[in-house]
Ligand binder design. Structure first.
Ligand code: HEC
Length: 171
């Protein structure tokens, strides 16, 4: 009987920790639904969709462009990090969606005697806020190793309500 008990505890530990590892980052990126060219995973978080021929969804493509315009100067090309700011390819391996978007909206700072690192807050910058999901989806694909470096060559056509949506966001 004691032996049986030990085995079941070991099994419980195994189940526990597999679950924890899976909860890291944003978890399973498989698209479960889509709306107006944007894809969502089973938790309804924005995700990417990349076909066998390398064709990416519109959000991943626009995310690449807007990352280049707003984040690259600090976080380096392709999200790989720089001497000033951390790699986002690495960071997203452990940060869930709401935390990543929360940092982009609210910023963060790590001020100590040896370093003074500031991540600006973009909550009032429409050039970032109107593309928040797109930038996130691009970085999610990069972090998962699903998308290589550089500009995606093939991508889904612009969703037909895209311009209207942006106009509404920019006001
Ligand atoms: C002016 C430089 C700068 C710009 C521009 C910038 N960041 Fe940052 N970012 C930083 C620094 C520095 C840190 C680390 C801050 C710290 O350690 O407290 C950081 C941290 C982050 C983190 C948390 C990383 C981690 O390891 O916890 C995320 C996510 C992030 N940035 C995303 C973005 C995105 C997306 C953009 C573009 C919309 C962006 N950043 C633009 C400098 C910048």
């Amino acid at each position: 009987m004691p032996r049986f008990r030990a085995i079941s505890i070991a099994a419980a530990a195994w189940v526990c920790c597999l679950g924890l590892a899976y909860a890291d980052g944003a978890g399973d990126p498989t698209p479960k639904s889509s709306k107006d060219g944007e894809y969502f995973d089973r938790n309804n978080n924005p995700t990417y969709k990349i076909d066998k021929d390398g064709r990416v969804d519109w959000y991943s493509y626009i995310g690449y462009v807007m990352y280049g315009a707003n984040c690259l100067q600090c976080h380096g090309p392709d999200g790989l990090g720089s001497t000033y700011a951390p790699s986002l390819v690495d960071a997203l391996k452990s940060l869930p969606t709401d935390q990543v978007e929360g940092i982009i909206v609210g910023g963060m700072s790590n001020v100590s005697a040896s370093q003074n690192l500031v991540m600006p807050h973009f909550g009032d910058d429409k050039n970032v806020m109107c593309y928040l999901d797109a930038i996130y989806v691009y970085l999610r694909a990069r972090s998962d190793g699903a998308l290589g470096r550089g500009r995606p060559n093939l991508y889904e056509p612009q969703p037909k309500d895209w311009d209207a949506k942006l106009n509404l966001c920019f006001g």
